[in-house]
Design a protein around this ligand. Structure first.
Ligand code: KG4
Ligand code: ZN
Length: 334
């Protein structure tokens, strides 16, 4: 079979990334420029600031990615690009760059869904076994995705309000932690006691949807109330109790889904997959059902273009192809 060599772009949120991927599972380069520092003083990602950074970084990342991979445009067999979901202004920067390369070098343009990318980050560990079930948890998403066969994605459950990572970032802010708060809350959670009884929403409902806004409010109210009456709450205990509630909900719903959708493999993907408590609990629960548990390497859990290249290679085999009219789709489902 012919070698596939894909140039991939990812600019859906606050990471500018360009990668070169061989045969869908070998990283020749994966350059990631993060903007976290620029968004920190605002406590979250500011879309306009993000777009401007992408514009500054995109050609620099492109040059580096080609250099590191030691390839030229003529070696490439396709250009993969995230076209949604994400921030419209950010997506457009990557889409424009990808189109320019594809047009100038007469290469096929492959449109990639950002969530498919997160899922295909596991392709660098082991090829996906179908049917597969995936939990994608990130700053913008909490989704259960059923993949009956390669190239087919069906969302069977999603958050009705805040995403899991977003909830970490918001409660972390109340604890005085810089954006993104997830990693620090996770560390604190490993050192405290589960002593606050936070709500677990929608556990008894007969669906695979999530809701985290009630948990977020309960957490913030608990902290504010303590401030008002002048008591000091133990921050590590708060983090432990919060994480216990999040993990409880995610694991319970994921296992309910696994009962209904008999997968040959369970995939945990997205930035929050780096969470220690979630990883350990979910892996144990999935393996108890004798289903293999797979997750991406830690450094590929967050946003990056390598995962877009992996998904792009698969999608290209299935005939996915976009033309110069490709537009950003901020609310793209599948
Ligand atoms: O996938 P990602 O890099 O970007 C999006 O597509 O959103 O995910 C970033 C999110 C942030 O909300 C961050 O706080 C969260 O992932 N995160 C974590 C951990 N590491 C990153 N949340 C909980 N525990 C972690 N260890
Ligand atoms: Zn993401």
């Amino acid at each position: 079979e012919q070698t596939s060599l894909i140039l991939a772009f990812e600019t859906s949120c606050d990471e500018t990334s360009v990668a070169v991927i061989k045969n869908g599972n070998e990283i020749l380069s994966n350059v990631v420029a993060t903007q976290i520092k620029s968004h920190q003083r605002f406590g979250g990602v500011v879309p306009e600031v993000a777009s401007r950074h992408h514009i500054e970084q995109i050609t620099i990342c492109l040059k580096k990615a080609l250099q590191k991979a030691q390839v030229t445009y003529t070696d490439l067999t396709g250009v993969a690009i995230t076209y949604g979901p994400g921030l419209v202004g950010s997506l457009l920067v990557g889409i424009t760059a990808a189109k320019a390369v594809a047009w100038a070098h007469d290469l096929p343009l492959i449109p990639v869904n950002h969530l498919a990318g997160h899922i295909y980050a596991t392709n660098f560990v082991t090829p996906i076994q179908f049917p597969a079930l995936a939990l994608v948890v990130s700053g913008g998403h909490t989704e259960l995705v059923w993949m009956p066969r390669e190239g087919e994605f069906r969302i069977i459950g999603e958050t009705r309000d805040d995403a899991a990572g977003e909830t970490y970032d918001k409660i972390g802010r109340v604890l005085g932690i810089n954006y993104p708060a997830g990693p620090t809350v996770d560390q604190w959670a490993q050192r405290g006691q589960d002593s606050f009884d936070f709500p677990r929403a929608m556990l008894k409902e007969d669906n695979f949807d999530f809701s985290f806004s009630g948990l977020k409010s309960a957490f913030i109210n608990t902290v504010h109330h303590a401030d008002q009456v002048g008591t000091q709450l133990n921050k590590q205990d708060l983090a432990t109790s919060f994480q216990a509630a999040v993990v409880d909900v995610l694991v319970t719903k994921a296992m309910n889904a696994l009962h209904k959708y008999p997968a040959r493999e369970f995939i945990l993907a997205g930035g929050v997959a780096a969470n220690h408590g979630l990883r350990t609990a979910l892996q144990a629960a999935v393996q108890r059902q004798n289903v293999p548990f797979v997750m991406a390497p830690l450094k590929l859990c967050g946003d990056n273009a390598a995962m877009i290249g992996a998904a792009g290679a698969m999608l290209q085999r299935h005939g996915a192809r976009a033309d110069m009219l490709l537009n950003a789709d901020p609310g793209l489902e599948f």
